[in-house]
Design a protein around this ligand. Structure first.
Ligand SMILES: [Zn+2]
Length: 287
């Protein structure tokens, strides 16, 4: 059953651990993440960007696939199906399609407009019991063509958005999407501590979880981060394992061209990455 992310994140915040959001791209991705969560008895959030939504033939297709998989694989851990960096229209479309959680990323709007649009979605989500993530202060790097400058969020603006009644809040603290450059300055824990103090019990979300050193992840969790988004790392693991299979010539040997064999090493690589992250985030056995 799909659930809102609210309860799992409130438990995570209180228990000083984080729940991973792993973005999905296709059936193999989804199956790998769901199976790993079940094996580790961990709550999990499946992230879907608008671009991945289009790629997978729309939100209805995704809801059908995820619900079918939960049933077929006997997944009993809490699973939230979440729109990642949604537009206002995208968030409404996912709410209608049966997603259990949505993010509205209004960080590129002036704060007044971000507040007005977020408020409208708070009302819609409340009625349906869907969790809502809002964002303040854009996150660096590129995601689906949206490039953020990576500034740190203003703690007072964070408080304004948190007070609207959103479920969780993403705030830029120097984190970026994709691979981190060699000269990256690291997470700004002073800003994170100020935001955490302002928003109280509100679970905070750390985007761009790929390549942030483990000590920084742990410190961020200790300062109120309860949801960490992982996307690029699964892509890199999948690509490396698939490359190795082909470079080893395995697709040319016997029935190695069978897509179920060809995609198997990448599938296992995603599972290993998700396991590593769930262990690092502390969500194992927290279902
Ligand atoms: Zn993000």
């Amino acid at each position: 059953m799909l659930v809102s992310a609210k309860e799992m994140l409130e438990k995570a915040k209180a228990g000083k651990y984080a729940v991973g959001q792993f973005n999905i791209n296709n059936l193999e991705w989804t199956k790998a993440i769901l199976q790993t969560a079940q094996e580790l008895n961990s709550p999990v959030i499946l992230g879907v960007s608008e671009g991945a939504g289009k790629y997978m033939c729309g939100y209805d297709t995704i809801v059908g696939m995820v619900k079918g998989m939960i049933k077929c694989l006997n997944i009993t851990v809490p699973v939230a199906l979440h729109l990642d960096h949604g537009s206002f229209e995208g968030a409404k479309a996912c709410i209608n399609a049966g997603f259990s959680s949505v993010m509205f990323d209004g960080s590129h709007y002036p704060i007044e407009e971000n507040i007005a649009k977020t408020q409208a979605l708070v009302n819609a989500c409340d009625v349906l019991g869907i969790s809502l993530e809002a964002e303040v202060g854009s996150i660096g790097g590129e995601e689906d063509g949206v490039v953020g400058a990576g500034e740190c969020a203003d703690p007072d603006e964070c408080k304004m958005i948190a007070d609207l009644g959103v479920t969780m809040l993403a705030a830029g603290i120097g984190n970026i999407h994709g691979k981190y450059p060699a000269n990256w300055a690291g997470l700004n824990f002073d800003v994170l501590a100020k935001i955490s103090e302002k928003v109280g019990d509100m679970p905070l979300v750390l985007h761009g979880g790929t390549g942030i050193p483990e000590e920084m992840i742990k410190k961020a969790i200790s300062l109120g981060v309860s949801k960490i988004n992982v996307n690029t790392e699964c892509q890199l693991a999948f690509a490396a394992a698939t490359r190795k299979y082909v470079e080893d010539g395995k697709d040319l040997s016997g029935k190695g061209f069978d897509p179920r064999k060809l995609l198997a090493p990448g599938f296992e690589a995603i599972k290993a990455t998700v396991k590593e992250k769930m262990e690092l985030f502390g969500s194992v056995n927290k279902a």
